[in-house]
Design a protein around this ligand. Structure first.
Ligand code: UD1
Ligand code: CA
Length: 452
């Protein structure tokens, strides 16, 4: 990236009424991350420098959402929605600090890619005063058209201000722009609102720059990366597009997905090469998976670290704080929360492990439950390396099972078990010879008597 300084301005004062939501539009999420954060991250990846966000309703929430994703942004409020140029000027104070580059992006355009923003900045560096990100479409209705003369961009005309000839233009304005930061204020201040909508259009900056004799340029970007979200159906479309793009990137990086269209990723899902993801897997935020691990079908994984060669599922649920060691196994209908499963340990069937450590190579039998909660507080269960927990045991925390210890099936363990010890915590079985047949006869007679 160049050493030119940059200010990114995110326009986020959209009314968002078509979302029919109490939340500002740009805080609706794609892959678990607010749209405005996707946009900010793309800008940062393009060397976006300082970030200013122009918001309307819910400005404080927008600032907080950015901060929560580690993005330091200055928030400006556009009280009245008088157009995109007016919105940019709400950040006048930031612009006046005089950056080399100004990137203008929309908070409701979450699929924008760093490459396009970087290319726009490169063209600024090459001497252009304004760079417009455009796309071509056979259905340009509604978009601003990029009007060219002798192959040079000379103006952007909004759809409702177009002449019939201009309406036929298929090269459209994607909305995002890069502007020479030293010239921006003078150009923006010259923009009026004499148009069909009576708004101050950012797009008029092109004509203003051309009139002032500054070079301007348009770059062509894939239309789907400029998709704007106005309602929840479009939000779902953007989500689907994001998921497709991210899954493809992971597969090209060496991740196997048997049925990729059924895998749902989060914005921060990290998966190393040679991981196998079977069909129907959901990843919530905070998941990382190391090389050689397998996630079997229908697993729900969130806030979990999965080490090399581990196996999860089918039908497993990993909740925040689950840490699976190398070659460990969490099998079907198991739930793991805030627990370390050390290397080689196995939790294979129908088990709940919460607030616990399962030592290396320990084996936890089917139906085992760590009773970690008494209705008021959570308690810890510690299982030593190589321990064996018999099926259907209840480990009542706080409790410690020693290294190599053995817990008999069906035990309710309330006291610590020392290393190498055997614990049996259940009623002793009594067996009564012949009593089974006797019982059957008595029951059958009772039924006959009742006439059934
Ligand atoms: C804009 C472009 C149009 C382009 C289209 C691409 C202008 C004038 N027009 O049109 O050329 O083809 O995007 O999708 O820029 N906003 C504010 N405050 C305002 C007005 C808008 O913050 O006063 C924000 C909106 O929240 C939105 C963005 O600016 O994120 C674009 O505004 P919008 O009204 O959607 O512009 P379009 O009519 O779609
Ligand atoms: Ca729009």
């Amino acid at each position: 990236m160049s050493d030119r300084s940059c200010l990114t301005i995110i326009l986020a004062a959209g009314e968002g009424t078509r979302m029919k939501s109490a939340r500002p539009k740009v805080l609706h999420e794609i892959a678990g991350l607010p749209m405005v954060c996707h946009v900010a991250k793309a800008a940062m990846a393009a060397g976006g420098g300082d970030v200013a966000v122009v918001a309307g309703r819910g400005a404080e929430d927008v600032g907080n959402a950015l901060a929560a994703s580690g993005i330091v942004a200055e928030t400006f409020i556009q009280a009245e929605r008088l157009g995109t140029a007016h919105a940019v000027l709400a950040a006048r104070e930031a612009i006046a600090r005089g950056h080399d580059d100004l990137l203008i992006v929309f908070g409701d355009t979450p699929l924008v890619e760093p490459g396009a923003l970087g290319e726009a900045r490169r063209l600024l560096g090459a001497g252009n005063a304004v760079v417009v990100m455009g796309f071509r479409t056979q259905d340009p209705t509604g978009y601003g058209r990029l009007v060219e003369r002798n192959g040079r961009l000379v103006a952007i005309r909004e759809d409702r201000d177009c002449s019939p000839q201009e309406k036929a233009i298929e090269f459209c304005n994607g909305g995002l722009m890069a502007i020479d930061g030293r010239r921006a204020l003078a150009l923006l201040d010259g923009i009026g609102n004499a148009n069909a909508k009576g708004e101050y259009y950012l797009t008029d900056i092109v004509e203003a720059a051309v009139a002032a004799g500054f070079p301007v340029a348009a770059t062509e970007v894939a239309q789907d990366s400029l998709m704007g979200v106005n309602n929840r159906a479009e939000l779902a479309e953007a989500e689907a597009a994001w998921q497709r793009r991210r899954r493809r990137a992971l597969m090209l990086d060496g991740v196997t997905m048997t049925a990729p269209e059924t895998v749902h990723l989060s914005h921060d899902t990290e998966i190393e090469p040679d991981v196998l993801i079977e069909p129907q897997v959901f990843f919530g935020p905070g998941v990382s998976i190391a090389s050689g691990a397998t996630i079997r079908g229908f697993s729900h994984v969130e806030g979990a670290r999965i080490a090399a060669g581990a196996e999860v599922g089918p039908f497993a649920r990993l909740r925040p704080g689950a840490e699976l060691g190398e070659k460990s196994k969490v099998g079907n209908f198991c739930e793991v929360k805030k627990a370390v499963i050390e290397p080689g340990a196995k939790v294979n069937h129908l088990t709940y492990i919460g607030d616990a450590r399962i030592g290396a190579n320990a084996n936890v039998g089917a139906g085992t439950i760590t009773c970690n909660y008494d209705g008021y507080s959570k308690f810890f269960t510690d299982i030593g390396a190589g321990a064996f927990i018999g099926s259907n045991s209840a480990l009542v925390a706080p409790v410690r099972i020693g290294e190599g210890a053995y817990v008999a099936s069906g035990s309710v363990v309330t006291e610590d078990v020392p290393d190498g010890a055997l614990a049996i915590g259940r009623a002793r079985q009594t067996t009564k010879e012949g009593k089974g047949s006797e019982l059957r006869e008595r029951l059958a007679a009772a039924r006959r008597k009742a006439g059934k």
